[in-house]
Design a protein around this ligand. Structure first.
Ligand code: G
Ligand code: G
Ligand code: NA
Ligand code: MN
Length: 254
């Protein structure tokens, strides 16, 4: 309850900020996108990690207004980078299950894009398998509407939930994001290598893009590159960083 009150205050006081983690196109080494990740900067300067407040925000429903703030802020930032002449990358925003279920979602997203003056293609939403599998037929309708706005849709933490392959084929999604738990032991665990190879093959068959998250080492990168995974994200290249630092990287493209 105390946390809920401070989260409300944080919203009102503008204590949230977005960090950006680059996504790298492996064959060229260039920055080709970013994932926006929320941070909470308390008035005393301490940075609270989302792992410590997102669960509370989800339980209390505050994740819905917070999620719209994230969408607005990411769109505003993308517009600014584009106006500054930086390469026109796509920025990914995490959507929680509750926000995905919000009946106003599509209208709100459209209004936010219009307000920022950016095309839908500038934004990708990352959704977990559980978010879409909770009510798959409804999810298909919402996903189509999101896609019709031009947004890309990525299935986050792929392989850790229950996605039915039959649905995967029907969901209008653009990207599968391989969960970092499968990436971490690439090179030492042949079973993880087989799983990653299978997911990459599945993506190729379904004509979906594939992104590997949690890449931290040369070995993991070499495996992924060898297996044909074209886009990666992880501490190997960069932690999530403040927007100014990300813009500097984007200007250099690496
Ligand atoms: O950035 P970090 O690794 O600390 O994030 C921890 C968790 O918080 C991750 O599961 C991440 O998906 C989630 N998270 C970070 N930013 C957002 C956000 O803007 N919205 C939602 N719904 N989850 C987020
Ligand atoms: O749930 P989601 O996949 O959105 O989680 C994103 C989280 O993963 C962010 O909090 C980010 O800080 C974290 N992350 C990003 N890259 C790495 C990495 O290379 N290793 C680890 N351990 N965590 C990472
Ligand atoms: Na994510
Ligand atoms: Mn993820």
């Amino acid at each position: 309850l105390e946390m809920e009150a401070s989260l409300r205050r944080a919203m009102e006081n503008g204590e949230f900020q977005l960090f950006y983690q680059p996504k790298i196109h492996v064959p060229t080494g260039e920055v080709c996108g970013a994932e926006a990740l929320i941070r909470w900067r308390k008035p005393d300067g301490t940075l609270v990690s989302p792992g410590d407040f997102i669960p509370v925000a989800e339980e209390t429903g505050l994740i819905v207004p917070i999620g719209y703030w994230v969408m607005e802020e990411a769109c505003r930032q993308v517009a600014q980078w584009r106006q500054a002449g930086l390469p026109p990358i796509t920025v990914s925003v995490n959507l929680s299950v509750r926000q995905f279920r919000d009946l106003d979602l599509v209208d709100r997203v459209q209004a936010i894009l219009n307000q920022a003056g950016i095309p839908g293609t500038a934004i990708e939403v990352e959704l977990t398998e559980s978010a879409v599998m909770e009510s798959p037929e409804k999810a298909i309708i919402t996903l189509r509407q999101i896609r019709d706005l031009g947004l890309r849709v990525s299935v986050d933490d792929f392989g850790t939930g229950y996605s039915s392959l039959a649905y995967l084929k029907r969901f209008p999604i653009s990207t599968i994001k391989i969960d970092r738990s499968f990436v971490s032991d690439l090179g030492t665990d042949p079973e993880d290598a087989a799983i990653v190879q299978t997911i990459i093959g599945l993506a190729r068959t379904l004509k979906l893009d594939v992104v590997a998250e949690g890449v931290e080492t040369d070995t993991q990168l070499a495996f992924l590159s060898e297996m044909g995974c074209a886009v990666v994200q992880g501490f190997y290249y960069s932690r999530p960083v403040p927007p100014e630092d990300f813009a500097e990287r984007l200007a250099k493209r690496r």
